[in-house]
Design a protein around this ligand. Structure first.
Ligand SMILES: NC(=O)c1ccc[n+]([C@@H]2O[C@H](COP(=O)([O-])OP(=O)(O)OC[C@H]3O[C@@H](n4cnc5c(N)ncnc54)[C@H](OP(=O)(O)O)[C@@H]3O)[C@@H](O)[C@H]2O)c1
Length: 236
């Protein structure tokens, strides 16, 4: 791969907890879904590449149940980025972490059948009972009733040695991490499209207005074609 502007990234290490970032792509009218119940990617093929480059800096990549049901793929990096991960002292592929209360996941998806590492599924007791035996055999199940970002992060740090965690949505998962002030960086792709539909979501979706961050710094701006790639650092 040619040099990518996110190839060299340095992150601070917060004391006592993993560093946490989020990566999302949004339309010009602020939507991250386009008819939210349909699988769709708002970004370009370059944005998809960029997603891999960002993942290549993280120990684990996490997503919520709705996102995974629409895009049931391992949250990994292309083979050509494995070497740069190893050069950074990271495992060849990041861990995939799935959040699901219901345990409603497709056992035939490549997420399970072609996983380079067993995905971690954080789910409730009832959710675990819903997982097929093949999913149970192919993943690591962590039972937590109504877990919050703090307990999820602590589990990933203490049991799976996660020092850098990338949250890839969807909006309801992002909201929980922002509300818990467990979001250090935001990678945002601004894609030249307009969605318009009222019910489509923005990058954070919850019940309350988030507490105002102390400071949000724009670390870098990059342009590729008509897309903008923004990297922000949040201080809560
Ligand atoms: N544009 C982008 O960059 C981007 C990125 C990612 C996703 N998306 C889009 O976002 C949409 C989905 O977003 P969403 O907000 O509806 O859903 P979501 O955040 O992907 O998933 C919500 C689900 O995650 C599980 N979950 C959330 N918090 C949990 C917790 N604390 N403990 C256990 N399980 C938890 C539950 O799964 P169960 O229902 O299984 O119980 C919940 O229903 C999709 O359309 C997707 O394409 C866009």
């Amino acid at each position: 791969m040619h040099h990518h502007f996110y190839q060299e990234l340095t992150f601070p290490y917060p004391a006592h907890r993993p560093f946490i970032a989020c990566n999302m792509v949004t339309s010009l009218d602020g939507k991250v879904t386009a008819d939210g119940t349909q699988p769709s990617s708002l970004g370009s093929s370059f944005d998809l590449k960029t997603m891999g480059v960002i993942r290549s800096h993280f120990d684990a990549v996490l997503a919520g149940g709705n996102t995974i049901r629409l895009h049931p793929y391992y949250l990994g990096v292309p083979v050509e980025l494995e070497g740069s991960r190893q050069g950074r002292g990271l495992a060849r592929q990041p861990l995939t972490v799935l959040l699901t209360q219901s345990g409603n996941l497709d056992p035939f998806s490549s997420l399970f059948t072609k996983a380079p590492r067993p995905p971690i599924i954080i789910t409730s007791t009832a959710g675990a009972q819903n997982l097929t035996s093949s999913i149970q055999g192919q993943s690591k199940i962590e039972i937590m009733e109504n877990p919050d970002p703090q307990s999820i992060t602590t589990l990933l740090q203490t049991k799976y040695a996660v020092k850098r965690l990338l949250v890839e949505g969807g909006p309801s998962v992002n909201y929980q991490f922002m509300q818990a002030k467990l979001m250090d960086d935001l990678f945002l792709t601004l894609h030249p499209s307009l969605i318009g539909k009222r019910t489509d979501l923005s990058l954070s979706a919850g019940d309350h207005v988030l507490e105002k961050a102390h400071d949000i710094q724009l670390i870098s701006v990059n342009r590729e074609g008509n897309e903008l790639f923004l990297h922000y650092r949040i201080t809560w």
